[in-house]
Structure formats: structure tokens, C-alpha cells
Design a protein around this ligand. Structure first.
Ligand code: ASP
Length: 441
């Protein structure tokens, strides 16, 4: 029998999850059943992916740097990566702002809907916790992000997935020092990390065997816990606009891939589709990272020297989908609540959304926390912030799923561009989960 491709299996799992979740909303006790008995399968899957994120970054970045054999190449990759990330993010925010100013979804929203959304969500613990998290974030000084990047304890950094940039910092430092002690002296360490890297990638393969079932569980849970359909419909114009913006961004990536790397963009999208589908199902670019790395290296042919740096850094600082969403949401809320925006405010949105996307954690719902900071930067009245967030809270989860998909697609695109620029874009080298199974079974 012909093997069904992984992305089809995942897609089927997702569709069945949506149908099952939808059906369970009509059954008495159905919601509790899904939450208590089905969702744990999805949660375990996400935990497994996060479990291997730190060992993967460690092993693959050290392997990447030690394969480079020359520090100046690394500087080149680093500079190009950051510059390209900034450019794609600015493009994304601009697309969002053009759309929201052109179609003005906030103007059409009635007083009654605003009241209903405010009554439902302004005091909701979800909205309040986002405001609280944003106020912690805001109290830091301008160079705090640099201070935060440097760990004072490597093991403490490695024991917290939220400290990915610290782990990257430590690993780069370690890898460069390894280069400097010379090939002979570093050989045992290099062999160790090479093997660790292979093992962790095998773990990705094994975890991915369960992906179709896991996405079924994740999506069934999203459906049973989603907001009242009436509220979703009231926000339809806004949601469609965000989704259209995100879609345009994917077209932009495809064009860039076609023009710069001369590869077929449909082929590119097909190769990374399992990572995109997981990003959609988990709403977390950090959880998706191991799969993104595997797809980009093995199925697209980006060398580890590039992907091991570009992708983990991208998962934490490059969020094109999130920044596009922040642009649209900030203007939508201002339109709906009658807060006038001057042209300068729109420029402020570009800059703060760019910084916010760097500062957003790669976990579900983080984009909304940083939206508070964007709103404050454009002089949005602090007493209305809760109302502003309440307006968009009902649709945050589905939009989070879509924007995370774009975040991951953006990271993969940039890794191809950087690889092409430094001559590290080669042929795909696909490995199967059972390549050596016969030897051990
Ligand atoms: N969930 C997004 C991510 O992980 C961040 C966000 O937009 O909330 O990429």
C-alpha cells in the first residue's frame, strides 16, 4: 500500500478533531469528556516536543558552529539573519496596517456588540492576566532585553524553556570557544554533540508518529472550549482581515523563495507543511521548533550551520504573523472605541510591533500581551485597555493558530534565504524514523 504523506495524516487528524469536537458540543457532558479524556493526549504531545527543544538547540547549534570551522562565517550568518528578520517583520506589519486602514473593520461594530463583548470579557481572568503580564514586561529599561539574554547560570537557563535566548547565547559562546581550542582538542566534544544531535532528531521522528492523534485531540479541545458563536460572528470582519493579511504574507514568502532561491514555492510549502499544521494546532512556535528544524534541514536541504542558528533565534524573535496581527488589532480597537490615530501613531505601531514581536514569547496568546504595549505606545487610554482587549479576546485563539503558522513559515523562509546567500542550500536528505530499526528490533 502506498504510504500516506505525513501532512495528509495530520490534516485528516485535524479535520476529524474539529468534527468530533463540534459533535461533542451537542452532547451532554461532551465538553467535559473532551477536556478530561481527549485533550491530555494533545497536552502530552506538546510537552514531548518542548522536552526536546533545549537538547536540540544545544546539540544542533554546537554541531552547526563546529562544522563552520571559521568564526567570520558565523558573523555573516548572524548579521544576515537579523537583518532579514527585521525586513520581513516590517513588511508584515505594513500589510496589516494597509488592510485595516483600507477596510476599517472597527467602524462597523455596533455599540451593542462593544457592550456585549465588554460585559463578557473585560473582567475575564484571561484579559486581566494579559494586562498584568504586560505591566511586568513594561517596567523594564531599554537594554533589559540584552541583559536578559545573558544567563548567569547555564543550567538554570537550560531548565526553563522560556529562556531559549539565554541557551542560544551560552551555546554560541561554547561553540565558538570549541572552535578556538582547535579541531584535535575539541574532537571528543564534537563527536558527542554530533551523536546527541542525531539522537534528538530521531526523537522528533518518533514523536511525530503520534502527531495525527495529537492534533485530533488538540483541535477537538479548541472547538469545545471556543467562545459563543454569536460573538465570533460579530468579529468576523476583523478576523477575516487578519486572516487575509496572513495569507498575503504567505504569498510574499512564496514569491521571495521563488525569486531568491529559485525553488518552486509550492514545493517549499509542501515540505514544511507538517510544521505549519503543528504550529496551527499547538499555537506555539517554540513547541513546533523541533519539527521546523527537521523539515528545513532534511526535507528542504538547508545546512545545519544555518538552520541551527536561524530557526531557534527565529522562533523567539521573529514573529511576522504576530506583528501583522498586532497592527490590525491595535487599529481595529482604536477604530471601534473612537480613539483617533494620526499618521505618526501608525509609524509608532510599526516600530513597537516590531519590538513587541521580538519580545513576545513563542507560546499561545503571547501576542496579545505585547499588544497592550503597542496600544500604550499610541496613547490609548489606560482605563480603556481592558475594554480594548475584551473586543478581540473571543477570537484570539483561532487567530493565534493562524498567526503562529505564519511565524513558523517566516522562520523557514528566512533560513532558506540566509542559506542561499552563504552557499549552504543543498539537496534534501530525508531520513525515516525506522532507518536503523532492523538492527535493533
Ligand atoms: N503563539 C504565537 C507563537 O508562538 C505567539 C503569539 O502570537 O501569540 O508564535
Amino acid at each position: 500500500m502506498k504510504k500516506i504523506a505525513l501532512h495528509w495524516k495530520i490534516l485528516i487528524g485535524m479535520l476529524l478533531g474539529i468534527v468530533f469536537g463540534g459533535a461533542m458540543t451537542y452532547v451532554g457532558g461532551g465538553k467535559e469528556f473532551v477536556v478530561n479524556w481527549i485533550n491530555p493526549l494533545g497536552t502530552i504531545f506538546v510537552k514531548l516536543l518542548k522536552l526536546i527543544a533545549i537538547p536540540l538547540i544545544l546539540a544542533s547549534l554546537i554541531k552547526g558552529i563546529s562544522d563552520l570551522k571559521d568564526i567570520s562565517k558565523f558573523r555573516n550568518i548572524g548579521f544576515r539573519t537579523i537583518a532579514t528578520y527585521i525586513i520581513t517583520t516590517v513588511i508584515a506589519i505594513t500589510i496589516g496596517l494597509v488592510l485595516v486602514n483600507l477596510f476599517k473593520p472597527g467602524d462597523g461594530i455596533s455599540e451593542e456588540t462593544i457592550k456585549r463583548l465588554t460585559d463578557t470579557y473585560a473582567n475575564d481572568s484571561g484579559v486581566q492576566s494579559k494586562l498584568a503580564q504586560a505591566s511586568v514586561q513594561k517596567q523594564s529599561g531599554p537594554l533589559q532585553f540584552l541583559i536578559d539574554m545573558v544567563p548567569d547560570n547555564a543550567f538554570a537557563a537550560m531548565s526553563n524553556n522560556g529562556l531559549m535566548l539565554q541557551v542560544i547565547f551560552f551555546t554560541i559562546f561554547f561553540g565558538i570557544s570549541m572552535l578556538l581550542i582547535g579541531e584535535k582538542a575539541s574532537k571528543p566534544l564534537k563527536d558527542f554533540f554530533d551523536a546527541l544531535n542525531d539522537v534528538v532528531l530521531k526523537m522528533v521522528d518518533l514523536i511525530m508518529l503520534t502527531a495525527p492523534v495529537a492534533v485530533f485531540a488538540l483541535l477537538a479541545n479548541v472547538v469545545v472550549t471556543s467562545s459563543d458563536p454569536d460573538l465570533l460572528i460579530a468579529l468576523l470582519r476583523y478576523s477575516i482581515l487578519v486572516v487575509v493579511g496572513l495569507f498575503i504574507m504567505v504569498i510574499v514568502y512564496s514569491l521571495i523563495v521563488a525569486v531568491v532561491t529559485k525553488r518552486n514555492p509550492f514545493w517549499f510549502l509542501k515540505q514544511i507543511s507538517p510544521a505549519q499544521l503543528l504550529a496551527f494546532s499547538t499555537s506555539s512556535s517554540a513547541a513546533t521548533l523541533p519539527v521546523t528544524m527537521e523539515r528545513v534541514e532534511e526535507h528542504i536541504g538547508v545546512d545545519k550551520e544555518v538552520s541551527s542558528f536561524v530557526l531557534p533565534v527565529g522562533a523567539t524573535i521573529n514573529m511576522d504573523g504576530t506583528s501583522l496581527y498586532q497592527g490590525v488589532a491595535a487599529v481595529f480597537i482604536s477604530q471601534a472605541l473612537g480613539h483617533e490615530l494620526a499618521l505618526a501613531d501608525q509609524l509608532t505601531i510599526v516600530i513597537t510591533a516590531l519590538l513587541a514581536s521580538i519580545g513576545s514569547a513563542a507560546v499561545p496568546g503571547a501576542g496579545m500581551v505585547m499588544l497592550v504595549i503597542v496600544l500604550e505606545a499610541i496613547g490609548f487610554p489606560p482605563d480603556k485597555l481592558a475594554v480594548g482587549l475584551a473586543l478581540i479576546f473571543a477570537v484570539d485563539r483561532p487567530l493565534d493558530m493562524c498567526r503562529t503558522t505564519v511565524n513558523v513559515t517566516g522562520d523557514a523562509t528566512v533560513s532558506m534565504l540566509v542559506a542561499k546567500a552563504v552557499g549552504k542550500l543543498g539537496k534534501p536528505k530525508v531520513k525515516n524514523w525506522d532507518d536503523h530499526y532492523d538492527e535493533v528490533k
